[in-house]
Ligand binder design. Structure first.
Ligand SMILES: [Zn+2]
Length: 192
């Protein structure tokens, strides 16, 4: 490991140690992953009293011209109010857990086991505040469709932003030109 990398790793580990001393009972980290998954399952199924999911908050086409649906959590009391955090965590952290424990049917049977295993490997990395970045393949940072989330480095996250400048451009001509002309590149980076 390079010296600078090692320094950063030590810094991260030290910070983590300090944070874990705090006792919090009302947040994501105070629940077991299975409990956080159950909580999100209630939201997905519509059974939760306070929150629900809009499964077509944004619909866009990807590099293969397939429709991609972005999910957004909203408050039942005020459906126009988008909910960014649940249990003091980003909503997508709960949705990713959900796709491992309660929403396994979300992944296509052929890829399910592999996908669930790779999420379980990556999860500890996003559960820490100093950990790796959650990358939104769709570029919508509020989106909690588990299929739109992948874990990556800060560098990869920065590269994504350049793609999404074009892929989510307010000018539909720019969006379409980028998506269709550079579809192979978008596919390689798994971005849409
Ligand atoms: Zn999305």
């Amino acid at each position: 490991m390079a010296k600078s990398k090692l320094k950063k790793a030590i810094k991260r580990a030290t910070k983590k140690g300090t944070a874990s001393k705090r006792i919090r009972t009302d947040v994501f980290s105070s629940y077991k992953p299975e409990e956080n998954s159950k909580f999100f399952d209630g939201i997905v199924s519509g059974e939760n009293a306070l929150y629900a999911v809009d499964f077509q908050a944004s619909v866009k086409r990807d590099y293969y011209n397939r429709e991609r649906h972005c999910w957004r959590v909203y408050s039942k009391k005020e459906p126009t109010t988008w909910v960014k955090s649940l249990r003091s965590a980003k909503a997508y952290r709960l949705s990713v857990l959900w796709s491992v424990y309660d929403g396994k049917q979300f992944w296509r049977p052929k890829r399910r086991d592999k996908k669930v295993q790779s999420i379980l490997t990556d999860l500890p990395r996003i559960e820490g505040k100093q950990g790796d970045h959650s990358r939104h393949r769709c570029g919508n940072d509020w989106c909690c469709n588990p299929g739109h989330i992948q874990i990556g480095s800060r560098k990869a996250n920065e590269i994504d932003k350049h793609f999404h400048y074009f892929l989510n451009n307010p000018d539909s001509g720019v969006r379409e030109a980028f998506r269709t002309t550079l579809s192979k590149l978008c596919s390689k980076h798994k971005l849409f």
